[in-house]
Design a protein around this ligand. Structure first.
Ligand SMILES: O=P(O)(O)OC[C@H]1O[C@](O)(CO)[C@@H](O)[C@@H]1O
Length: 397
């Protein structure tokens, strides 16, 4: 029996027409070839090494990518903001991996600006299980840096079948996602390394969209958000420069201590930083990593003795529960690194192994800053792990 690559290719069960099915088959085949060519788990794999090394300059150049992306989309951003502010009952925010994390990071700003539910949905979950509640009063925003991720393309096509308004965010103007969507916002970023600037530049687009919608709806927060968002590229540059040396030291110490699993926790808009941090560790190293919702950390023994926890808690409603989390991290015998807002004193009595601060901005915009230490942890662990593997190989030869 032939097993289809995806149920949406089954002519008897699908909502896709013949042309759309041919498109899905093409992107699915290309994606499989791409997956088979990923680097191995050998710490000295040259392909992995090259990809990790390419991540560093892209990470550092994120403020420029954000600025360029906002500059080149200004007309389309106005069109999409007009359309969204004009009235939808529901917004669905679709992506995979880091692209889904970006949607999670933008959710609070978009919900506050629009006053309707904005739901992040993983692409497969939406494409296969999400079509029943769709209508022409649904807007579906899809993010795929490559524009060729099969499940995200399928999600967009399913949304179009229900006559929803579809928006693509992508780096690739001639990609399948951009071509198929009603409208495309173009991310000006590279992704030769593991995703960094392609994610933050896309996040900046969504936050800019939220600010433009808040301005159209004359919300009280609009002016504060506008001032803060315009200052963010500069704050991102300062934060990357300030935190890089501190995180390099932490990463070297963790590798020397024989770290095996790296934990990240967050909540609200900061859960995205935890998701992205865990992804960067898994991408850049042979270590395992996991994101945990800050509340869920407490419901069983989440952290084992000797494990590090990177806890993201900028000033806001999550701080009191995050103080509990930090206390329990030490009670379980783990190490605690706190990412919080400069001037936040709630964690002082916990004596974390380190406190990594980001500048104060409205919490809904803070993911553009809190993802930076998360990315740096993964990248610096990659550099430190590679150096350790090289030393070990040298001492054997
Ligand atoms: O943004 P794209 O191109 O759809 O790629 C998404 C994929 O990229 C990654 O973020 C990194 O490979 C994956 O976790 C995710 O599934």
């Amino acid at each position: 029996m032939t097993v289809l690559a995806t149920p949406l290719l089954d002519p008897a069960a699908t909502v896709l027409d013949d042309r759309q099915r041919a498109v899905v088959q093409r992107v699915s085949d290309a994606e499989r070839a791409h997956i088979l060519a990923l680097p191995s788990n050998d710490p000295l794999d040259a392909k992995l090494r090259a990809r990790v090394l390419a991540t560093g300059p892209e990470l550092t150049a994120q403020p420029d990518a954000v600025t360029a992306t906002l500059r080149c989309n200004t007309t389309t951003l106005d069109d999409v903001a007009d359309r969204l502010a004009g009235g939808f009952d529901r917004i669905v925010l679709v992506g995979c991996g880091d692209s889904l994390a970006v949607m999670m990071a933008a959710r609070s700003a978009l919900e506050a600006a629009l006053g309707v539910p904005c739901e992040p949905r993983q692409s497969l979950e939406f494409a296969y299980y999400g079509r029943d509640l769709l209508s022409p009063r649904t807007a579906v925003l899809t993010l795929s840096s490559s524009g060729e991720t099969t499940r995200t393309v399928e999600a967009l096509m399913v949304a179009q079948g229900a006559k929803a308004y579809t928006v693509a965010l992508t780096n690739a103007p001639s990609s399948t996602l951009a071509t198929e969507a009603d409208v495309a916002l173009l991310v000006q970023a590279t992704r030769v390394g593991w995703p960094t600037q392609s994610s933050t530049a896309a996040l900046a687009l969504l936050l800019e969209l939220a600010v433009r919608i808040a301005e159209r709806r004359e919300l009280a927060v609009a002016a504060v958000w506008r001032t803060a968002l315009d200052a963010l590229p500069g704050l991102m540059a300062d934060t990357i420069a300030r935190l890089t040396p501190a995180i390099a030291v932490i990463a070297a110490a963790e590798i020397a201590a024989g770290v095996g699993t790296v934990l990240f926790a967050g909540a609200g808009p900061s859960l995205a930083a935890a998701v992205i941090g865990a992804a960067k560790v898994k991408e850049c190293t042979q270590l395992h990593a996991a994101e945990i919702q800050t509340e869920e950390f407490h419901h069983y023994n989440s952290q084992k003795a000797g494990e590090p926890l990177f806890l993201t808690a900028p000033s806001g409603p999550v701080v009191p529960r995050s103080v509990d989390t930090g206390r329990d991290a030490h009670r379980w015998g783990g190490r605690l690194y706190v990412v919080t807002t400069a001037g936040e004193t709630a964690f002082d009595d916990l004596h974390p192994e380190a406190v990594l601060t980001v500048p104060a901005v409205p919490e809904v915009l803070s993911p553009l800053l809190t993802v930076l230490p998360a990315q740096l942890v993964g990248y610096q662990l990659g550099l430190a792990a590679y150096a350790a593997a090289e030393r070990a190989a040298g001492s054997r030869s």
